[in-house]
Each structure stands twice: as structure tokens, then as C-alpha cells.
Design a protein around this ligand. Structure first.
Ligand SMILES: Nc1ncnc2c1ncn2[C@@H]1O[C@H](COP(=O)(O)OP(=O)(O)O)[C@@H](O)[C@H]1O
Ligand SMILES: [Mg+2]
Length: 104
């Protein structure tokens, strides 16, 4: 089945001074339409980092994310913003709740 959302060899590292923290070292996954996927791992494993990349909120250090076969990194910021607006939904763990809105 073709993937709705796909990650190909995703890498993410953070440079902190002269140190490099490698968080994702080549994550690939394939989520068909209609599938429920759960990312499980201990605190600090990189789950939020991965979700930010999958949702187009952050850019990978290597590899790519494809939505309906199209690379997010190949999109202009405007196109990526439209996709986030129309195709993605986020429920954040912290902070980003808007008090005057309900979940619906
Ligand atoms: N912006 C950042 N700069 C530096 N290190 C980061 C940044 N974001 C996350 N990290 C580090 O990356 C690792 C993975 O973090 P995170 O993706 O939040 O893990 P999880 O969601 O699985 O708890 C942690 O060691 C965290 O400290
Ligand atoms: Mg997290």
C-alpha cells in the first residue's frame, strides 16, 4: 500500500558548542492512510523530535519526510504552511493550548 506519511533515513542532530548531540540516526517509517501508529520510547529518546519532523514543524539534518509521496523539504514555506494547516493536527504535550478554544 502506498504511504500517506513516510520517513526516509531521517537524521537530526543538535550542535551545542563543540559537541554534537545525535538524536535521530536514520529513522525510516511508512504509515498507510487509515493506520494508527504509536511512537513509544523512554523520555529523551527523540519522540518529540521525530514528531516535529514528521509534522513539518522542524527540518531534518538528513533524510526526508514525504506526505502523499511529496517531500516536505522540497516545499516552499508557504506550501508547507498550507499543508500543516489542512492536513496535520497537533495536540501538544505542553504550553501550546489556546484557552478560549475547545478541542473541537
Ligand atoms: N532544540 C534542541 N537542542 C538541543 N537538544 C535538544 C533539542 N531538542 C531536543 N533535544 C535533545 O534531544 C533528545 C531527544 O529529545 P526529545 O525529542 O524531546 O525526546 P522525547 O520526546 O522522546 O522525550 C534529548 O536529549 C533532548 O535534550
Ligand atoms: Mg517528548
Amino acid at each position: 500500500m502506498s504511504a500517506l506519511l513516510e520517513a526516509v533515513d531521517l537524521k537530526k542532530w543538535y550542535r551545542m558548542g563543540d559537541q554534537t548531540l545525535e538524536v535521530l540516526r536514520g529513522v525510516s517509517l511508512h504509515v498507510p492512510a487509515g493506520e494508527l501508529a504509536v511512537i513509544v520510547g523512554p523520555s529523551g529518546a527523540g519522540k518529540s523530535t521525530l514528531l516535529h519532523l514528521l509534522g513539518g514543524l522542524d527540518r531534518p539534518s538528513g533524510g526526508e519526510v514525504l506526505f502523499e509521496g511529496k517531500s516536505l523539504s522540497g516545499m516552499a514555506e508557504r506550501e508547507a504552511s498550507l499543508l500543516r494547516n489542512r492536513a496535520f493536527g497537533f495536540v501538544f504535550q505542553f504550553y501550546h493550548l489556546v484557552p478560549e478554544l475547545t478541542a473541537l
